[in-house]
Write a protein that binds this ligand. Structure first.
Ligand code: ZN
Length: 357
């Protein structure tokens, strides 16, 4: 009989709650990730030391390494240190940058990685992709999926609110990514993985309609789980397709042209809203989704318009124009429409006029 199932690459365990970090040692032992306690801990500069001290009592023996930002160099450096010791696993504790660098280092050194997120700024906390800075800018690198995922809500409550809210934009951008995927299937015959699509979209749908905000544990749990599900959707699909469409192309273009204008999740949400404006005005689809996304972004104080991130209409239009070149081979609403400079500027002006007043 043929085996009519599929194997999915997902973490062994997902733990989202207050106090989760203190139970890290038990998790590593129970799940047989580190039976002898030979664990390396990677922390970022800043709050890293404090967290390492919090974790230490639950681990018999561990070495703590500082990760110097989210760069390829820092990740390679950590990878070398990991190879130097005979560690059973590495635990990356921190925000997106530290976790991305640790994922890459773990992949280089061939040991499993446990992700402990202290903020919820983007879906890289539990995905098979690491976004790292190199000589020529920022790049996305395929890495091994974290073996276990821990989100300690005590740390998330203590994180800068801006870094926590940003994740909302990243999860909500799944709507736009998924619609781009379906468009690519229709126009270019691209294969759609319906399982991955369902997981990505359901995560966004749950968050969109979740009352409350980042002050509440319940909301944070839906957000954290939404980010984890987005990461899993990418793992199921084998690339970032279910969580990255024209929205993320615009994000990457803004990152290139105006570094530090805003963070990943903030830009993803803004990019998704603009992509839905294009759909609504050029395809006659998605106006209701656009309204929902704008309401959601507004309710959580996330940027919705170019001015919210300090860009003029012209600057934003330049980014939209550059966007398709940031991700060659990915077909989205931007590639489908292929708007020239004049038409792009007009579209951005219309977007701001129609929704920004
Ligand atoms: Zn993203």
């Amino acid at each position: 009989m043929p085996l009519l199932t599929r194997m999915l690459n997902a973490p062994l365990s997902i733990d989202v709650r207050r106090g989760a970090v203190a139970a890290l040692g038990d998790l590593l032992a129970d799940k047989r990730i580190a039976t002898e306690g030979r664990v390396a801990i990677a922390v970022g500069r800043g709050q890293g030391d404090q967290i390492a001290e919090h974790v230490r009592p639950s681990l018999a023996a561990c070495d703590v390494f500082q990760v110097d930002g989210g760069t390829v160099d820092a990740a390679v450096d950590l990878g070398t240190k990991l190879r130097g010791g005979s560690y059973e696993a590495v635990v990356g504790i921190g925000g997106g940058r530290t976790i991305d660098a640790t994922k890459y280092a773990a992949t280089l050194s061939g040991i499993p990685m446990v992700s402990v997120a202290t903020n919820l700024s983007h879906d890289g906390i539990c995905s098979p992709v690491a976004s790292l800075v190199h000589d020529k800018g920022k790049g996305s690198f395929g890495v091994v999926m974290p073996l276990a995922m821990v989100v300690d809500l005590d740390y998330v409550h203590a994180a800068p609110p801006r870094l926590v809210r940003a994740g909302i934009g990243d999860v909500v951008s799944n709507f736009s990514a998924v619609d781009d995927w379906l468009l690519a299937a229709e126009e270019c015959g691209e294969r759609v993985d319906r399982m991955a699509l369902t997981v990505a979209r359901t995560a966004a749908e749950a968050l969109l309609h979740q009352p409350g905000s980042i002050e509440s544990d319940r909301f944070l749990t839906v957000l954290a789980e939404g980010l984890v599900l987005s990461g899993m959707a990418m793992s199921f699909a084998g690339d970032s397709r279910p969580a990255s469409g024209g929205d993320h192309e615009i994000l990457h273009a803004i990152d290139q042209l105006y570094p530090d204008a805003a963070n990943h999740g903030e830009l993803a949400g803004l990019g998704a809203a603009f992509c839905y404006h294009l759909r609504a005005t050029h395809l006659g689809q998605g106006a209701d989704r656009l309204a929902e996304i704008l309401t959601c972004l507004g309710r959580h104080g996330l940027p919705r318009f170019p001015a919210d991130i300090g860009l003029s209409v012209e600057q934003f239009a330049d980014a939209v124009l550059l966007a398709p070149r940031t991700r060659p081979g990915r077909f989205t609403i931007l590639e489908y429409l292929g708007l020239d400079k004049g038409a792009t500027l007009k579209a951005v002006e219309e977007y701001v006029q129609a929704h920004g007043g």
